[in-house]
Design a binder for this molecule. Sequence first.
Ligand SMILES: [Zn+2]
Length: 593
Amino acid sequence: MNKNEMIWDLSQLVERTDTTSIQKKLESMVTEAEKIRDTYHGKIVGLDAKGVLELLEMKDAYVLKFEGVNKYCRLMYSADSTDAVAKQLNDATRRAYTKVGQTLAFIEIELGKLLAQKPSLVTDSRLAEYKHYLERILRRVPHMLSETEERLIITKDRNGIKAWEMLQSDWLSTRTFDIEIEGETRTLPYGEIIGFYQSPDRDLRKRANQTVYEGLGNDEIVWASAIRAVCEDHLQMCELRKYQNPMTQSFIANDVDQQTIDSLVNTIKKNVDLYQRYLKLKAKLMGLDKLANYDIVAPLPNAPKMEYAWRDSRKEISDAYIGFDMQIGGWVDEMFERRHIDGEVRKGKSSGAFCSSWMAGKSAYILQSFNKRLGDVYTQAHELGHAVHAYLGSRAQKPSNLEIGSCIAETGSIFGELLLTERLLSKAKTKEEKQAILANILDEFGMAAFQVSARIFFEQSMYDTIKRGEFLDGETVAKLWVAARNKIYGDSVDWLPIMKWEWTMKLHYYIANYRFYNYPYVFAQLFVFALYKVYKEQGENFVPKLKRLLAAGSSKSPRELAAEVGFDITDETFWEKGIEQAREFIDMLEKTI
Ligand SMILES: [Zn+2]
């Protein structure tokens, strides 16, 4: 197999890849932002609907013009943070980006002021395309600070919370771990050793967990300093910006409301026993009295060997999407054909997986560490679902309508995983294969809907602790994590004591200005399970509905999007539909025993 197939080709993002051209382009990104500022600064409050339309169209064109170069630098760095050129370009783009952010910060502030004075602009027919974009700005207005303050915050954040975020990520991706494999001690980067969490060898799984968390626990001071700084900063910003509670900012960012999220979280709390039922069933399938933490997402011991070469994975996933819709399936295959996916495992590569939309190219780029396991195929199907969202969205919407909140952002991705499940189940020849596939999707469901709910409780408890005036050192954070975790798992799992450090590696806890990143995963999981049920009921009539939903980008709120397919997401009965779909899978699994 040609190794290059697994390495992405970033050159498509830019006209020229030499460092001088890249830097020149970054410079002109800053100069053009300054031109926009010179034209509009102080004048937006006086604009009429036509003027606002011109401004927004110009801003969207500007975003598209410089998106590629910015992405080129950042993606290159995420593929290998030890590469000197990547480091230099990433730093250059970060500096340019910060400057642009400072230079253009006035647009939203002035638009906010204008909308506060003339709210009728939001419903002006000339601005119809930007209606929800403007509604969202109007919602942020009461929390905005003065232009000077906003600019100061951007400047401070770069070497403040953003530096803590970068430290956590760089520190993690450059750690190595010594582990004995078949009598030989090997030194592995984080991205590689976590592949053993899914090993069929139970002892190896246990040792991999023990080794990783012992290592990460040794650096508790790094992780605790980072998480504390990011959380304390958030609480201070909540006070300054007059957010009702630490979640409010996320509601605005995710375009949802307290009522919806309360109803979601209540549904989870009420159904903890369903997840525990699955975990007990899984213990039975594994021939154990009780699962240990390193069994929760492990493959079943009698699972047939399912190893997927890069090309096998490509075929299964493309076919799964083609079975749903030809056009979507074609785009998925194109992602491989044009080498938009980086799957090679290497040191210095950022951990986990992501999909980065490329609006100007009406496509996307995906990064993952492909270890040939069923889980890697699922990750690929997941990220390709994001890519499908990007293909549909970039064809229907301007950049201002593609600021998709995290609740809806996972719709294409999880739906893709279910399509893959359907395909793999239909091809399964033995009950062991069926069990392995069902366990895989239920493991995912359990993690996204229930384990991630523990992270909601955990994050909330960190803010509560700080508010009580207590200091978040490593041990305190560890205690909070264990307490939150136990609310979900009860006594259904035995944990290695070292697992108290599980929070240290979770990138999301450290991402600046991205608080409560967690409940959108829960939202998305239940949302898509419910949609999938409708798809099974309606068949191909459902296809254009899902495509419309994805193509809408952020031009409508999740509540509106759900209403269009006939659901009220502020009502617990809606979320119970997702639970029902999960129960169906669990019943199906139980019947195989
Ligand atoms: Zn995702």
